[in-house]
Design a binder for this molecule. Structure first.
Ligand code: COA
Length: 254
């Protein structure tokens, strides 16, 4: 049953968002199965916490079942956690395709809220940034470069960019299509010089450096609640691929 659900989930993911990699089974964790009212079944794995405070990770395998499937597996996870000793500060997370509106409905109904987003950029093109910002590039190691912005001789922000090879079997292979990607950490611009274009200049320089290395795709993780970051990233061609949903504390999970 699990193998069929994984195949159906891959097809559904591809329909929702062609930039999602194929779904893959999760090896470790407590096996969950839930039966829908029409007799269809969905599955999932609940990974035991490895961090303090406890963070349970749910990996739903709901095939093409959308809201009903996500609802059923979240109920099964809640029941399994009810039968487990958990700490008061424990939480549960689900990382799921951002564009899946059907699953979003069920996650919200069960007390989950978005806690982080993995956003990607695959297109070229950049909004114009002012010409009075200087960018310095350094390479602390072979696959990483750091860009520092200067405005009128004073520091005006930084971004760190890594070149990442995503393989099918590696941990990132569950999130991104295989091949070479850029990974951005930042940018971070000092508050006193924000809104003067240095964040944009850093993004343009980061994408240009990646382009020179033959990498046309990049990703980063951001806080989906921050309205400035969300607008800024959209301006620079990023859009969410995966959203991590969290129920914290576990008592808010229904
Ligand atoms: C996000 C951040 C890097 C932006 O840097 P910045 O130098 O202020 O950005 P820019 O001046 O280049 O702004 C580019 C565009 O982003 C958007 N933007 C930036 N700040 C904004 C704000 N306070 N309100 C609304 N839109 C904003 C606008 O669309 C702006 O274009 P516009 O000025 O033509 O309207 C900066 O606010 C920051 O360091 N924030 C904290 C760290 C962070 O969240 N980093 C992002 C991690 S993914």
């Amino acid at each position: 049953m699990r193998a069929e659900l994984v195949v159906a989930q891959t097809h559904r993911f591809t329909r929702i968002d062609p930039l999602l990699p194929p779904a893959r089974p999760v090896a470790e964790g407590l096996e969950l199965v839930a039966t829908l009212p029409d007799g269809d079944r969905v599955a999932g794995k609940l990974s035991a916490p490895t961090t303090a405070p406890e963070n349970w990770m749910l990996h739903p395998v709901i095939g093409d079942k959308g809201t009903r499937g996500m609802d059923a597996i979240l109920r099964a996870a809640r029941a399994a956690l009810d039968g487990t000793e958990t700490q008061p500060a424990a939480s549960c997370t689900v990382t799921w395709p951002s564009r899946d509106a059907e699953a979003t409905r069920a996650l919200l109904d069960h007390g989950f809220a978005p806690s982080s987003a993995l956003a990607i950029r695959t297109a070229s093109g950049e909004p114009a940034s002012p010409g009075d910002i200087r960018i310095r590039t350094s390479r602390p190691c072979l696959d990483t470069f750091v860009l520092d912005a200067e405005l009128a001789g004073a520091p005006a922000g930084t971004v760190t960019v890594s070149e990442v090879d995503v393989a099918d079997a590696g941990p990132l292979g569950a999130l991104l299509l295989t091949g070479r990607w850029g990974l951005l950490r930042g940018p971070l611009v000092p508050e006193t010089v924000r809104r003067r274009g240095s964040g944009s200049a850093l993004m343009a320089a980061a994408h240009a450096e990646l382009g020179r290395a033959g990498i046309g795709r990049s990703h980063l993780v951001h806080d989906p609640h921050d309205p400035v970051t969300t607008v800024f990233l959209h301006r620079h061609g990023y859009r969410p691929l995966w959203t991590t949903w969290t129920a914290r504390p576990l008592s808010v999970m229904r």
